[in-house]
Design a protein around this ligand. Structure first.
Ligand code: C2E
Ligand code: CA
Ligand code: CA
Ligand code: CA
Length: 276
């Protein structure tokens, strides 16, 4: 009896959540064709010079029916429906084209693109990346792919083989959200990652929490021992920049430097802020 009541009690909320998921899934099917998905770019900064080493492309969706929908709310739905493969390809293509446009304007930066494990798992993933680069006329070493540890839950020969093919092409591989998964270290052992991104969860409290501070420092040292570049994510405060610089962190990203912005605002913001 009590179980049934519990089910009834939760049902409206569960229903509301699944209706929303259904709405998202349906609207998302047409979002690419309707041009509703746009990329914003967040600078990845060399703290020693203030230069932009690159940018991370972050997808934004303004849906005619649903308004702004966060990627945190639609990426996993798109993964479940499989639409992430087409969406991810669209994002990759757009990011490569944009960086090529910047190159032609004399701005030589790299672009990082987030890759969903489902997209990575598609049989023609490596070929589709090669195609995007070729179509944009972009050199492979301008592209970084950010992969989360979730991918690697299915760590297998195929995953390793794909990573090696991408690395051989000259594409850099970044392990996103480093330290939040279960087997970060074995991935670093087995797969050809060039970059680790320290999750913002560690960076957030590092100036106040000595355990977080020790972990961040340890990750940086470990990565450097392996010849891996370190990017700290979610850097919001000057004190974090100072501490991370002291620990030898190579690159930083976060609101302290800039929020993600549309392509046409990326350099105008930088130039106006450095003039003032
Ligand atoms: P992520 O890859 O870890 O991206 C970093 C997130 O942190 C972004 O949220 C970014 O806007 C936010 N962020 C950047 N600096 C700061 C900061 O200083 N403080 C705080 N609090 N947050 C900061 P966003 O854009 O909402 O994306 C959320 C997640 O959605 C991403 O996490 C990524 O996992 C996924 N995502 C976003 N764009 C794409 C995409 O194009 N493809 C795929 N597959 N996933 C994406
Ligand atoms: Ca990322
Ligand atoms: Ca991340
Ligand atoms: Ca994250």
């Amino acid at each position: 009896r009590s179980q049934k009541e519990a089910v009834q009690f939760f049902e409206p909320e569960i229903q509301a959540a699944s209706y929303r998921a259904l709405h998202i899934a349906t609207a998302l099917k047409r979002a690419v064709a309707k041009g509703e998905l746009r990329l914003y770019y967040q600078p990845i900064v060399d703290p020693r010079t203030g230069d932009y080493e690159g940018v991370e492309a972050l997808v934004r969706w303004q849906s005619a029916e649903l308004g702004w929908v966060s990627p945190l709310d639609f990426i996993d739905i798109a993964e479940n429906t499989g639409d992430i493969v087409a969406i991810g390809h669209h994002i990759l293509r757009e990011a490569c084209n944009q960086v090529r446009r910047w190159q032609l304007q004399g701005r030589d930066i790299r672009v990082s693109v987030n890759v969903s494990p489902v997209q990575f798992g598609a049989p023609d993933f490596v070929a589709s990346v090669a195609h995007c680069l070729q179509e944009a006329g972009l050199e492979a070493d301008r592209l970084k792919l950010e992969i989360t540890e979730r991918l690697l839950l299915s760590s297998s020969e195929t995953v390793r083989h794909k990573c090696e093919q991408l690395a051989k092409m000259g594409i850099r591989l970044a392990m996103d959200d480093f330290g939040t998964g279960y087997s970060s270290l074995s991935y670093l052992r087995d797969l050809p990652f060039d970059i680790v991104k320290i999750d913002q969860g560690f960076v957030r409290h590092m100036t106040r929490n000595s355990r977080d501070k020790a972990l961040v420092r340890g990750i940086i040292d470990l990565a450097h021992q392996l010849g891996i570049t370190v990017i700290a994510e979610g850097v919001e405060e000057h004190a974090q920049v100072e501490l991370l610089t002291r620990f030898g962190c190579d690159l930083m990203q976060g609101y302290y430097f800039s929020k993600p912005v549309p392509a046409d605002q990326l350099f105008s913001e930088k130039e106006s802020s450095s003039c003032s």
